[in-house]
Design a protein around this ligand. Structure first.
Ligand code: C5P
Length: 226
């Protein structure tokens, strides 16, 4: 499990990461922290010794996306994200720029997006078909994995068993979905075959984040009852 450190300042994020480190598999540093604190956030969280996922969600021309990816890898990120819809050429340039120690995780369709949103964007549905198309593009470009909702893990694994399926939108209580549209419990994620669970507010906004992280980790170990 990777905890999304979606906090506005690095001091708080680092403090929380130190407390959570014995109980989790790594951390995700996303746009909120990178925009407020810069790439130093990746270096400082990486220095804690667990893998860090730089969720930069790159989407630009290949040259620019590759240059940004190279900088993030240089800060110690174990994974960097780019939108798969950025094009096969952009993804291939990012993979090359990341080098051997950092993998690309290609974002398919955000978990905050629903079928109706795709229709508004002129993308042919159903949503799972779009995830399949983007996972194929990601695989062909040499991505290590893709980011998708739990519902689409099966589709990703049909494209390639080797692609890591990284799933945000995890909730212990699925009725507390915030801005997410496609959420699932830790047990459902594991049962679907997800390789890495990304958990943010279910932990960071809990009254006791360490207790919440232990609960999510424990639930992820259990076989679902239905
Ligand atoms: O708080 P919550 O658990 O919803 O956080 C999910 C995290 O995963 C956020 O940092 C968000 O940016 C990220 N994410 C996502 N959907 C994707 C890719 C990343 O929610 N497809």
């Amino acid at each position: 499990m990777l905890v999304a450190l979606d906090l506005p300042d690095l001091e708080r994020a680092e403090l929380l990461a130190r407390r959570l480190a014995p109980h989790v598999g790594g951390f995700k540093v996303g746009l909120e922290l990178m925009a407020s604190e810069g790439p130093e956030a990746i270096s400082r969280i990486s220095a804690l010794g667990l893998p860090v996922f730089a969720d930069a969600k790159l989407h630009d021309i290949p040259n620019t996306a590759a240059a940004a990816a190279r900088s993030l890898a240089g800060r110690g990120a174990r994974w960097v994200t780019a939108h798969a819809s950025g094009s096969p050429a952009m993804l291939a340039a990012v993979v090359e720029a990341l080098g051997e120690d950092t993998g690309l995780l290609a974002v398919t369709v955000l978990t905050s997006v629903a079928d109706a949103d795709l229709a508004a964007l002129g993308v042919a549905g159903p949503l799972a078909d779009q995830v399949r198309r983007l996972a194929l593009v990601a695989e062909e470009a040499g991505a290590e994995g893709v980011v998708c909702a739990v519902d689409e893990v099966g589709v990703v694994k049909e494209v390639s068993e080797q692609l890591l399926a990284v799933t945000p939108g995890i909730r212990v209580d699925v009725s507390r979905s915030h801005d997410q549209r496609r959420v699932a419990t830790p047990q459902e994620a594991v049962a679907a075959g997800a390789d890495l669970l990304v958990v943010g507010r279910a932990i960071t906004e809990a009254p006791d984040p360490v207790q919440a992280a232990m609960e999510v980790a424990d639930l992820a170990k259990r076989t679902p009852s239905v």
